[in-house]
Design a binder for this molecule. Structure first.
Ligand code: NDP
Length: 327
Protein backbone atom coordinates (compact mmCIF):
# COMPACT_ATOMS: atom_id res chain seq x y z
CA UNK A 1 0.00 0.00 0.00
CA UNK A 2 1.22 3.48 -0.87
CA UNK A 3 0.73 6.30 1.66
CA UNK A 4 0.39 9.95 0.69
CA UNK A 5 0.62 13.08 2.80
CA UNK A 6 -2.79 14.66 3.29
CA UNK A 7 -2.13 17.96 1.52
CA UNK A 8 0.39 20.02 3.46
CA UNK A 9 -0.32 18.25 6.76
CA UNK A 10 2.17 15.89 8.38
CA UNK A 11 -0.15 12.88 8.37
CA UNK A 12 -0.05 10.09 5.82
CA UNK A 13 -3.11 8.36 4.48
CA UNK A 14 -3.28 5.10 2.53
CA UNK A 15 -4.05 5.81 -1.16
CA UNK A 16 -6.95 3.39 -0.79
CA UNK A 17 -9.18 3.93 2.23
CA UNK A 18 -12.58 2.60 3.25
CA UNK A 19 -16.00 4.15 3.92
CA UNK A 20 -19.38 3.02 5.23
CA UNK A 21 -22.03 5.06 3.36
CA UNK A 22 -25.21 3.02 2.53
CA UNK A 23 -23.58 -0.21 3.67
CA UNK A 24 -22.90 -0.14 7.44
CA UNK A 25 -26.05 -0.28 9.59
CA UNK A 26 -28.17 -0.52 6.44
CA UNK A 27 -27.43 -2.65 3.35
CA UNK A 28 -25.06 -5.20 4.93
CA UNK A 29 -24.93 -7.21 8.15
CA UNK A 30 -22.63 -6.22 11.00
CA UNK A 31 -20.72 -9.46 10.42
CA UNK A 32 -19.93 -8.51 6.81
CA UNK A 33 -19.05 -4.96 7.94
CA UNK A 34 -16.49 -6.42 10.35
CA UNK A 35 -14.98 -8.71 7.73
CA UNK A 36 -14.58 -5.71 5.39
CA UNK A 37 -12.88 -3.51 7.98
CA UNK A 38 -10.55 -6.25 9.13
CA UNK A 39 -9.56 -7.14 5.56
CA UNK A 40 -8.97 -3.48 4.71
CA UNK A 41 -6.83 -2.88 7.80
CA UNK A 42 -4.82 -6.07 7.31
CA UNK A 43 -4.08 -4.94 3.77
CA UNK A 44 -2.71 -1.53 4.65
CA UNK A 45 -5.82 0.69 4.75
CA UNK A 46 -5.30 3.24 7.51
CA UNK A 47 -8.32 5.53 7.06
CA UNK A 48 -11.96 4.70 7.83
CA UNK A 49 -14.59 7.23 6.83
CA UNK A 50 -17.95 7.86 8.49
CA UNK A 51 -20.57 10.59 9.08
CA UNK A 52 -23.34 11.40 11.52
CA UNK A 53 -25.96 11.04 8.75
CA UNK A 54 -24.89 7.55 7.59
CA UNK A 55 -27.82 5.31 8.58
CA UNK A 56 -28.76 8.11 11.00
CA UNK A 57 -25.87 7.36 13.35
CA UNK A 58 -26.10 3.55 13.05
CA UNK A 59 -23.09 3.38 10.74
CA UNK A 60 -20.94 4.96 13.47
CA UNK A 61 -22.37 2.59 16.08
CA UNK A 62 -21.49 -0.44 13.92
CA UNK A 63 -17.98 0.89 13.21
CA UNK A 64 -17.45 1.75 16.89
CA UNK A 65 -18.44 -1.76 17.99
CA UNK A 66 -16.02 -3.28 15.47
CA UNK A 67 -13.18 -0.96 16.55
CA UNK A 68 -13.76 -1.88 20.18
CA UNK A 69 -13.78 -5.56 19.31
CA UNK A 70 -10.62 -5.61 17.20
CA UNK A 71 -8.81 -3.28 19.59
CA UNK A 72 -6.27 -2.03 17.04
CA UNK A 73 -3.66 0.39 18.31
CA UNK A 74 -5.40 3.77 18.03
CA UNK A 75 -2.24 5.29 16.55
CA UNK A 76 -2.38 2.85 13.61
CA UNK A 77 -5.47 4.24 11.88
CA UNK A 78 -7.29 7.47 11.06
CA UNK A 79 -10.99 7.82 11.75
CA UNK A 80 -13.40 10.48 10.52
CA UNK A 81 -16.90 11.76 11.00
CA UNK A 82 -18.84 14.51 9.25
CA UNK A 83 -21.24 17.10 10.56
CA UNK A 84 -24.04 18.98 8.80
CA UNK A 85 -26.97 16.71 7.93
CA UNK A 86 -27.68 15.61 11.53
CA UNK A 87 -28.43 12.04 12.62
CA UNK A 88 -32.15 12.10 11.95
CA UNK A 89 -33.44 15.03 14.04
CA UNK A 90 -35.49 17.62 12.19
CA UNK A 91 -35.75 20.37 14.82
CA UNK A 92 -33.94 23.69 14.47
CA UNK A 93 -30.25 23.35 15.49
CA UNK A 94 -30.15 19.58 14.93
CA UNK A 95 -28.18 20.11 11.72
CA UNK A 96 -25.96 22.71 10.09
CA UNK A 97 -22.60 24.21 10.99
CA UNK A 98 -23.59 26.40 13.94
CA UNK A 99 -21.51 26.08 17.11
CA UNK A 100 -24.18 24.12 18.99
CA UNK A 101 -24.65 21.45 16.34
CA UNK A 102 -20.96 21.06 15.50
CA UNK A 103 -20.04 20.48 19.16
CA UNK A 104 -23.02 18.18 19.80
CA UNK A 105 -22.32 16.22 16.60
CA UNK A 106 -18.69 15.77 17.58
CA UNK A 107 -19.64 14.51 21.05
CA UNK A 108 -22.26 12.15 19.57
CA UNK A 109 -19.77 10.75 17.02
CA UNK A 110 -17.13 10.14 19.72
CA UNK A 111 -19.71 8.29 21.78
CA UNK A 112 -21.03 6.17 18.91
CA UNK A 113 -17.54 5.38 17.61
CA UNK A 114 -16.31 4.73 21.18
CA UNK A 115 -13.10 6.70 20.70
CA UNK A 116 -11.51 9.65 22.49
CA UNK A 117 -10.82 11.72 19.39
CA UNK A 118 -11.50 11.93 15.66
CA UNK A 119 -8.51 12.30 13.38
CA UNK A 120 -10.50 14.04 10.66
CA UNK A 121 -13.74 15.96 11.09
CA UNK A 122 -15.53 17.27 8.00
CA UNK A 123 -18.18 19.91 7.39
CA UNK A 124 -20.29 17.64 5.17
CA UNK A 125 -21.72 20.55 3.13
CA UNK A 126 -21.42 24.34 3.33
CA UNK A 127 -23.96 26.08 5.59
CA UNK A 128 -25.28 29.22 3.91
CA UNK A 129 -26.95 30.37 7.17
CA UNK A 130 -24.07 30.25 9.65
CA UNK A 131 -21.32 32.91 9.58
CA UNK A 132 -17.99 31.41 8.50
CA UNK A 133 -16.26 32.76 11.62
CA UNK A 134 -18.62 30.72 13.84
CA UNK A 135 -17.80 27.46 12.04
CA UNK A 136 -14.05 28.13 11.88
CA UNK A 137 -13.87 29.17 15.56
CA UNK A 138 -15.77 26.05 16.64
CA UNK A 139 -13.56 23.68 14.65
CA UNK A 140 -10.47 25.40 16.03
CA UNK A 141 -11.88 25.03 19.55
CA UNK A 142 -12.44 21.27 19.07
CA UNK A 143 -8.83 20.96 17.90
CA UNK A 144 -7.57 22.86 20.97
CA UNK A 145 -9.62 20.52 23.17
CA UNK A 146 -8.00 17.46 21.53
CA UNK A 147 -11.36 16.13 20.33
CA UNK A 148 -10.41 16.38 16.67
CA UNK A 149 -6.98 16.63 15.03
CA UNK A 150 -7.72 18.06 11.56
CA UNK A 151 -10.83 19.57 10.05
CA UNK A 152 -11.97 19.78 6.48
CA UNK A 153 -14.88 20.24 4.12
CA UNK A 154 -16.94 18.15 1.76
CA UNK A 155 -18.40 19.43 -1.49
CA UNK A 156 -17.53 23.04 -0.71
CA UNK A 157 -16.75 25.40 -3.56
CA UNK A 158 -13.20 26.64 -4.02
CA UNK A 159 -14.38 30.10 -2.94
CA UNK A 160 -15.89 28.75 0.30
CA UNK A 161 -12.70 26.86 1.12
CA UNK A 162 -10.66 30.00 0.48
CA UNK A 163 -13.03 32.06 2.66
CA UNK A 164 -12.65 29.59 5.54
CA UNK A 165 -8.86 29.76 5.20
CA UNK A 166 -8.88 33.55 5.03
CA UNK A 167 -11.08 33.84 8.14
CA UNK A 168 -8.81 31.37 9.95
CA UNK A 169 -5.67 33.27 8.96
CA UNK A 170 -7.08 36.67 9.98
CA UNK A 171 -7.97 35.31 13.42
CA UNK A 172 -4.98 33.08 14.05
CA UNK A 173 -7.14 29.96 13.92
CA UNK A 174 -6.57 26.61 12.24
CA UNK A 175 -8.31 26.40 8.86
CA UNK A 176 -9.58 23.39 6.88
CA UNK A 177 -6.84 21.20 5.41
CA UNK A 178 -8.72 18.59 3.40
CA UNK A 179 -11.76 18.41 1.14
CA UNK A 180 -13.92 15.38 0.35
CA UNK A 181 -15.39 15.75 -3.14
CA UNK A 182 -16.89 13.22 -5.50
CA UNK A 183 -14.31 12.14 -8.09
CA UNK A 184 -14.60 9.45 -10.71
CA UNK A 185 -14.47 9.09 -14.49
CA UNK A 186 -17.89 10.74 -14.79
CA UNK A 187 -17.43 13.51 -12.24
CA UNK A 188 -14.25 15.55 -12.57
CA UNK A 189 -14.73 19.32 -12.33
CA UNK A 190 -13.86 20.12 -8.72
CA UNK A 191 -10.70 18.02 -8.51
CA UNK A 192 -9.38 18.80 -11.98
CA UNK A 193 -10.30 22.48 -12.35
CA UNK A 194 -12.06 24.22 -9.47
CA UNK A 195 -9.49 23.45 -6.76
CA UNK A 196 -6.51 23.84 -9.08
CA UNK A 197 -5.07 26.89 -7.33
CA UNK A 198 -5.94 25.93 -3.77
CA UNK A 199 -3.82 22.79 -3.80
CA UNK A 200 -0.75 24.98 -3.58
CA UNK A 201 -2.05 28.13 -1.85
CA UNK A 202 -3.70 26.41 1.15
CA UNK A 203 -2.11 22.98 0.70
CA UNK A 204 -5.42 21.18 0.26
CA UNK A 205 -5.50 17.40 0.61
CA UNK A 206 -8.35 15.41 -0.94
CA UNK A 207 -10.16 12.27 0.20
CA UNK A 208 -12.32 11.47 -2.79
CA UNK A 209 -15.66 9.59 -2.79
CA UNK A 210 -17.58 7.28 -5.14
CA UNK A 211 -14.60 6.20 -7.27
CA UNK A 212 -16.90 3.66 -8.98
CA UNK A 213 -19.80 6.11 -9.32
CA UNK A 214 -21.79 4.03 -6.83
CA UNK A 215 -20.84 0.72 -8.43
CA UNK A 216 -21.69 1.68 -12.02
CA UNK A 217 -18.05 1.58 -13.16
CA UNK A 218 -18.24 -2.23 -13.22
CA UNK A 219 -19.55 -4.60 -15.85
CA UNK A 220 -22.52 -5.69 -13.75
CA UNK A 221 -25.08 -3.36 -15.32
CA UNK A 222 -24.13 -4.19 -18.92
CA UNK A 223 -27.25 -5.71 -20.45
CA UNK A 224 -28.69 -6.74 -17.08
CA UNK A 225 -29.77 -5.50 -13.68
CA UNK A 226 -28.43 -7.73 -10.89
CA UNK A 227 -30.23 -8.30 -7.57
CA UNK A 228 -29.09 -6.84 -4.27
CA UNK A 229 -27.08 -3.87 -5.40
CA UNK A 230 -27.09 -0.27 -4.19
CA UNK A 231 -28.95 0.90 -7.27
CA UNK A 232 -31.71 -1.61 -6.54
CA UNK A 233 -32.49 -0.02 -3.17
CA UNK A 234 -35.88 1.71 -3.47
CA UNK A 235 -34.74 4.81 -1.55
CA UNK A 236 -31.96 5.29 -4.11
CA UNK A 237 -34.15 5.36 -7.22
CA UNK A 238 -32.95 8.91 -7.88
CA UNK A 239 -29.36 7.68 -7.97
CA UNK A 240 -30.20 4.82 -10.32
CA UNK A 241 -31.90 7.18 -12.76
CA UNK A 242 -28.96 9.54 -12.71
CA UNK A 243 -26.33 6.79 -12.96
CA UNK A 244 -27.58 4.30 -15.53
CA UNK A 245 -28.19 6.52 -18.54
CA UNK A 246 -27.81 5.09 -22.05
CA UNK A 247 -24.84 7.40 -22.68
CA UNK A 248 -23.02 6.20 -19.56
CA UNK A 249 -23.70 2.54 -20.27
CA UNK A 250 -22.20 2.91 -23.75
CA UNK A 251 -19.06 4.46 -22.24
CA UNK A 252 -18.90 1.77 -19.55
CA UNK A 253 -18.96 -0.92 -22.24
CA UNK A 254 -15.97 0.65 -24.03
CA UNK A 255 -14.09 1.21 -20.77
CA UNK A 256 -14.66 -2.43 -19.93
CA UNK A 257 -12.84 -3.37 -23.14
CA UNK A 258 -9.83 -1.27 -22.10
CA UNK A 259 -9.81 -3.02 -18.72
CA UNK A 260 -9.84 -6.39 -20.51
CA UNK A 261 -6.87 -5.29 -22.70
CA UNK A 262 -4.97 -4.55 -19.49
CA UNK A 263 -6.03 -7.82 -17.84
CA UNK A 264 -7.76 -6.04 -14.99
CA UNK A 265 -11.41 -5.55 -14.07
CA UNK A 266 -13.28 -2.32 -14.79
CA UNK A 267 -13.45 -1.39 -11.06
CA UNK A 268 -9.66 -1.80 -10.89
CA UNK A 269 -9.20 0.41 -13.96
CA UNK A 270 -11.56 3.05 -12.53
CA UNK A 271 -9.76 3.07 -9.16
CA UNK A 272 -6.29 3.22 -10.78
CA UNK A 273 -7.51 6.14 -12.89
CA UNK A 274 -8.39 8.08 -9.70
CA UNK A 275 -5.12 7.18 -7.98
CA UNK A 276 -2.98 8.33 -10.93
CA UNK A 277 -4.13 11.90 -10.22
CA UNK A 278 -1.54 13.11 -7.68
CA UNK A 279 -3.99 15.72 -6.36
CA UNK A 280 -5.92 12.82 -4.85
CA UNK A 281 -4.58 11.98 -1.38
CA UNK A 282 -6.81 8.94 -0.92
CA UNK A 283 -9.56 7.13 -2.81
CA UNK A 284 -12.31 6.07 -0.40
CA UNK A 285 -13.57 2.64 -1.42
CA UNK A 286 -17.00 1.26 -0.61
CA UNK A 287 -18.00 -2.40 -0.75
CA UNK A 288 -21.05 -4.49 0.03
CA UNK A 289 -19.20 -7.81 -0.26
CA UNK A 290 -15.76 -9.03 0.77
CA UNK A 291 -14.92 -10.22 -2.76
CA UNK A 292 -15.44 -6.68 -4.06
CA UNK A 293 -13.03 -5.25 -1.52
CA UNK A 294 -10.44 -7.96 -2.28
CA UNK A 295 -10.71 -7.13 -5.98
CA UNK A 296 -10.49 -3.38 -5.40
CA UNK A 297 -7.55 -3.55 -3.00
CA UNK A 298 -5.54 -5.52 -5.56
CA UNK A 299 -5.67 -2.56 -7.94
CA UNK A 300 -2.29 -1.01 -7.26
CA UNK A 301 -0.46 -4.36 -7.46
CA UNK A 302 -1.99 -5.07 -10.85
CA UNK A 303 -1.92 -1.55 -12.27
CA UNK A 304 0.66 0.61 -10.47
CA UNK A 305 0.86 2.90 -13.51
CA UNK A 306 -1.68 3.50 -16.22
CA UNK A 307 0.05 3.56 -19.63
CA UNK A 308 -0.18 6.97 -21.32
CA UNK A 309 -1.79 5.55 -24.45
CA UNK A 310 -4.53 3.90 -22.35
CA UNK A 311 -5.13 7.19 -20.53
CA UNK A 312 -5.61 8.83 -23.92
CA UNK A 313 -8.04 6.14 -25.04
CA UNK A 314 -9.99 6.59 -21.80
CA UNK A 315 -10.09 10.35 -22.40
CA UNK A 316 -11.50 9.82 -25.87
CA UNK A 317 -14.22 7.48 -24.58
CA UNK A 318 -15.17 9.73 -21.67
CA UNK A 319 -15.16 12.90 -23.78
CA UNK A 320 -15.71 14.97 -20.62
CA UNK A 321 -12.33 16.50 -19.76
CA UNK A 322 -13.13 19.67 -17.81
CA UNK A 323 -11.69 22.78 -19.41
CA UNK A 324 -9.88 25.49 -17.50
CA UNK A 325 -11.42 28.87 -18.30
CA UNK A 326 -9.09 31.04 -20.44
CA UNK A 327 -10.02 34.29 -18.71
P1 NDP B 1 -18.12 3.54 -4.92
O1 NDP B 1 -18.50 4.48 -5.99
O2 NDP B 1 -16.87 2.78 -5.11
O3 NDP B 1 -19.34 2.54 -4.69
C1 NDP B 1 -19.21 1.46 -3.82
C2 NDP B 1 -20.24 0.41 -4.18
O4 NDP B 1 -20.00 -0.11 -5.49
C3 NDP B 1 -20.19 -0.79 -3.25
O5 NDP B 1 -20.88 -0.57 -2.05
C4 NDP B 1 -20.80 -1.86 -4.12
O6 NDP B 1 -22.20 -1.64 -4.14
C5 NDP B 1 -20.22 -1.52 -5.50
N1 NDP B 1 -18.90 -2.15 -5.74
C6 NDP B 1 -17.72 -1.88 -5.13
N2 NDP B 1 -16.74 -2.62 -5.63
C7 NDP B 1 -17.29 -3.41 -6.59
C8 NDP B 1 -16.77 -4.39 -7.45
N3 NDP B 1 -15.47 -4.72 -7.44
N4 NDP B 1 -17.63 -5.00 -8.31
C9 NDP B 1 -18.92 -4.67 -8.34
N5 NDP B 1 -19.49 -3.75 -7.54
C10 NDP B 1 -18.67 -3.11 -6.66
O7 NDP B 1 -17.95 4.30 -3.52
P2 NDP B 1 -19.06 4.88 -2.51
O8 NDP B 1 -20.12 5.62 -3.25
O9 NDP B 1 -19.45 3.81 -1.58
O10 NDP B 1 -18.18 5.95 -1.74
C11 NDP B 1 -17.08 5.52 -0.93
C12 NDP B 1 -17.12 6.24 0.40
O11 NDP B 1 -17.01 7.64 0.19
C13 NDP B 1 -18.41 6.09 1.21
O12 NDP B 1 -18.48 4.89 1.92
C14 NDP B 1 -18.31 7.28 2.14
O13 NDP B 1 -17.42 7.01 3.19
C15 NDP B 1 -17.71 8.34 1.21
N6 NDP B 1 -18.77 9.19 0.63
C16 NDP B 1 -18.77 10.52 0.97
C17 NDP B 1 -19.72 11.38 0.51
C18 NDP B 1 -19.68 12.81 0.89
O14 NDP B 1 -20.63 13.57 0.61
N7 NDP B 1 -18.64 13.27 1.55
C19 NDP B 1 -20.82 10.91 -0.38
C20 NDP B 1 -20.71 9.51 -0.71
C21 NDP B 1 -19.72 8.70 -0.23
P3 NDP B 1 -23.27 -2.75 -4.55
O15 NDP B 1 -22.65 -4.11 -4.39
O16 NDP B 1 -24.42 -2.51 -3.65
O17 NDP B 1 -23.61 -2.45 -5.99
Amino acid sequence: MEYRYLGKTGIQVSTLSFGSWITFGNQISDKVAKSLMVYAYENGVNFFDNAEIYANGKSEIVMGTILKDVNWDRSSYLLSSKVFFGDGGTLPNQRGLNRKHIVEACHAALKRLQVEYLDLFYCHRPDKNTPMIETVTTMNHLIQQGKIFYWGTSEWSGVEIMEANMVAKENNLIGPVMEQPQYNMFHRDKIEVEYDKIYDTVGLGTTIWSPLASGTLTNKYLGKFPNSTRLGLSELNWLKERSLTEERLQKIEKLNEIAQDLNVSLPQLAIAWCVQNKRVSTVILGASKLDQLKENLKTMDLLPNLPAEKLEQIETILDNKPKKPMF
